[in-house]
Write a protein that binds this ligand. Structure first.
Ligand SMILES: Cc1cc2nc3c(=O)[nH]c(=O)nc-3n(C[C@H](O)[C@H](O)[C@H](O)COP(=O)(O)OP(=O)(O)OC[C@H]3O[C@@H](n4cnc5c(N)ncnc54)[C@H](O)[C@@H]3O)c2cc1C
Length: 403
């Protein structure tokens, strides 16, 4: 019965665990909860470390509602419980691919899009921007279809909804004909990476970098379409003090998107990630770097990841209305994280940052509301679709309702 998330920092025992095999069963579970006055929290693969899924009511998994339902040249409809790895393989078999992906492929598609999971690339929105339609069971047990044809005005809300508007049973995704990507990674002094950052971001399809606090070195990672010859200008790998130019041969490979973008993660970690206005990145990163080196280096064993996300118009997206740069601090789960993350959160907030919904943060409705121009519209819709608060666990109430 006990639920433990991927990193191990969120553990609880729900009142009941349910794995419905049909959408009708989902409706029945929601109606039963509504009558009993308990909460339902949908759960994906449990990769979030914020307490979005914690409940003493029903923890509802869609693991049995998984797989690609249909796909044509531009759109694919999938069951919400489909894990990203299976999604990638299913789309590939149908000659299709997602436009972009995050760093791993363990999440469910509903869980990933519910929190605005993102990859990198200045031309790419988060995964929620690839959602063209949603089918969900609302708090009254009704099935609601949202797409360009049906209830289109709700699309900017349901594409990223933290499981607060209903249980998503199916998603329709914008997809591409499948293609191959080439991945490269090399090591560089941090000054080199910062000096070349704009050029690296603009001349590669996807670019991000890790900064290693102990060595003050970076690992630059790029992805380009394998068939795009113009994108393969070989970046001169800079000299790394003490070792010369260093490119990681394990990272250099070509393959389909779903096998090239995500990576394996064997070591467990905690993470805080904030989304910043792109123009705030240099100053914010300088402050993060200074504080880690001056105050936290003794306790910080892990790296910091910097990525980009294109602006979007999704009400609760942390890239809403602005080109976004992200900074993520990772910490091995065997090391203390809270003092370090809280200090970083204070820096991120100074620069107008919005927290990743699925990672550690300490914001509540009072601090979140001013960050999202469409906040009140989302809350109004939430109260309309879930009038009795079936999905409003105490943790979600802290996020959405000002005390
Ligand atoms: C190792 C690791 C790597 C990661 N890499 C990245 C990355 O590269 N980029 C990034 O942005 N994030 C990343 N994350 C964060 C992760 O993508 C998000 O936390 C994501 O939400 C997890 O998906 P999940 O399927 O585990 O969902 P869960 O964590 O189980 O749930 C997340 C949210 O989705 C809701 N939900 C789940 N299923 C449904 C449904 N059927 N209907 C309605 N709501 C639903 C839940 O209620 C909850 O609010 C990473 C996390 C880990 C642990």
């Amino acid at each position: 019965m006990r639920f433990v998330n991927w990193s191990g920092s969120l553990a609880f025992t729900p009142g009941e665990r349910a794995e419905p095999a049909t959408e009708d069963e989902v409706c029945d579970l929601v109606l039963r909860s509504r009558e009993a006055g308990t909460t339902v929290r949908p759960v994906g693969s449990g990769h979030s470390s914020s307490p979005l899924v914690r409940t003493d009511g029903i923890l509802l998994s869609l693991d049995r509602l998984a797989g690609v339902i249909r796909g044509d040249g531009k759109l694919a409809t999938v069951w919400a419980g489909t894990r990203l790895k299976e999604l990638g393989e299913g789309l590939y078999d149908a000659g299709l691919a997602m436009d972009n992906l995050g760093d791993v492929d363990y999440q469910s598609i509903a869980g990933a899009t519910a929190t605005g999971t993102h990859g990198t690339g200045i031309g790419f929105g988060n995964l929620s921007t690839q959602v063209a339609g949603v089918r969900l069971v609302t708090g009254t047990g009704e099935v609601l279809d949202v797409s360009a044809e049906r209830n289109p005005e709700l699309l900017p809300a349901v594409r990223l909804s933290l499981g607060a508007l209903g249980v998503v049973t199916q998603l329709t995704l914008d997809v591409q004909p499948r293609y191959e990507l080439r991945r490269r990674a090399w090591c560089a002094p941090v000054e080199w990476t910062l000096d070349h950052l704009a050029e690296l971001q603009h001349t590669n399809r996807n670019m991000d970098f890790y900064w290693y606090p102990r060595s003050d070195l970076t690992q630059v990672r790029t992805l380009n379409r394998a068939d795009d010859r113009s994108a393969h200008r070989p970046w001169p790998t800079p000299r790394v003090p003490g070792s010369g130019p260093w490119e990681d041969p394990r990272e250099t490979r070509v393959g389909p998107t779903h096998r090239t973008i995500p990576r394996r993660r064997d070591l467990r970690f905690e993470e805080i990630e904030y989304m910043l206005p792109a123009e705030a990145l240099p100053a914010c990163f300088a402050e993060v770097r200074r504080r880690i080196r001056d105050w936290h280096r003794r306790d910080v064993g892990w790296r910091v990841l910097l990525r980009t996300i294109a602006a979007d118009d999704i009400w609760l997206s942390n890239a809403y209305g602005r080109s976004t740069a992200t900074i993520a601090c990772l910490q091995n789960t065997s090391l203390p994280y809270e003092a370090y993350f809280r200090d970083m959160e204070a820096v991120f907030r100074q620069y107008g940052g919005r927290p990743h919904w699925g990672k550690k943060h300490w914001l509540t409705a009072r601090e979140l509301r001013p960050l999202y121009p469409r906040w009140d519209d989302f809350q109004e819709l939430r109260r309309r679709l879930d009038p009795d608060g079936v999905f409003l666990s105490p943790d979600l109430a802290r996020l959405f309702e000002e005390a």
